[in-house]
Design a protein around this ligand. Structure first.
Ligand SMILES: [Zn+2]
Length: 329
């Protein structure tokens, strides 16, 4: 439900107010990093709209009526969730045609006919052209909810037709507390999960049942500390390993970035606002060894590397340059 969504309270409040004041728009675009909760929020939004017993002037779903339960179980006839075809990178043009036909139908039992299209960046140009008209002028009873990692990946003509719901990583403390309240874990575990998740609740929750994912991230952070002592040749060898593909490369940088930001913050004399407080000693040692200027420079290198990966640069080359920028050579 909307009220249970972890983090991004301002955005959630904005969506609730739109429902309460009956000013819901016909198209929304949910953006943000992997596992931040784009689909979860889109679905909770759809649930609040369809809830049968929601009082006038309220933006919250009851969670218990037939409509709420159907949305939660994925079988509400007026909340359609589109998925990429198995083993396919892109939506097929047939799917787009079906969506367009579906949107034109009147709701059968809900207040609106809602179509959720995740990963809209996987739409082909053909598909986008076909869907533009629907996005611009959908029937009054229809709503389209799109998700996408970043609005930068979409054409301006798409973005301008949607209300944007930009989700950002959840603050460490807030995420740790939410994990502790909802799952039976202690404060230390909750804090580590929140830290390693990079502020993405979806990752933290799935890692609760996936010790391998947790171990992999711990190892990546240890690798990082060790790399400052590695030679140029060792770094090139590591680059090949860490950047086997775009996803691994991105995940590694997203994990390293907050850690190195902590090193820079500590070197600049602001150690109380660091994210990885559990590794304070390791961070202080790095801050002392390289100083504020070098740590800050490497943080900028990490940000640049992420941008290059977004623009589809070769992950291995990006990492080779990145690891040469890492202090210690
Ligand atoms: Zn309800």
């Amino acid at each position: 439900m909307l009220g249970d969504f972890i983090g991004n309270a301002r955005m959630v409040g904005w969506l609730q107010r739109a429902i309460a004041t009956e000013q819901v728009s016909h198209a929304y675009l949910f953006t943000g990093p992997d596992q931040i909760g784009k689909r979860t929020l889109a679905l909770a939004f759809a649930q609040a709209i369809q809830c049968e017993v929601r009082p006038e002037g309220s933006g919250a779903a009851c969670g218990e009526c037939a409509a709420c339960r159907k949305v939660a179980h994925g079988n509400h006839p007026d909340v359609l969730r589109i998925a990429l075809p198995k083993d396919r990178q892109h939506y097929s043009i047939e799917q787009v045609r079906e969506i367009i036909e579906d949107v034109a139908l009147k709701p059968t039992e809900g207040r609106k006919r809602i179509i959720i299209i995740p990963d809209f960046e996987q739409m082909t140009i053909q598909g986008i052209q076909a869907s533009l008209k629907v996005l611009e002028e959908p029937p009054p009873t229809a709503m389209i909810l799109l998700t996408c990692a970043s609005a930068d990946l979409l054409l301006p003509t798409i973005i301008s037709r949607c209300q944007q719901v930009a989700l950002v990583p959840v603050a460490l403390q807030e995420l740790a507390e939410a994990l502790m309240t909802r799952h039976e874990i202690d404060a230390g575990q909750a804090r580590e999960l929140a830290t390693l998740s990079g502020g993405c609740p979806g990752w933290a929750i799935s890692a609760l049942d996936d010790p391998d994912a947790l171990a992999e991230r711990r190892q990546l952070l240890r690798d990082l500390a060790a790399l400052t002592r590695a030679s140029r040749a060792e770094r090139i060898a590591q680059a090949a390993k860490l950047a086997a593909n775009k996803e691994t490369a991105q995940r590694t940088i997203e994990l390293w970035l907050p850690w190195w930001r902590d090193v820079a913050l500590t070197a600049y004399g602001a150690p109380d606002i660091i994210r990885h407080a559990d590794d304070r000693a390791g961070i202080e040692a790095q801050a002392k060894a390289w100083g504020a200027a070098a740590a800050g420079r490497f943080v900028r290198s990490l940000v640049r590397a992420l941008e290059q990966l977004d623009q589809n640069a070769n992950p291995r080359l990006v990492f080779e340059v990145l690891l040469q920028d890492l202090p210690g050579l």
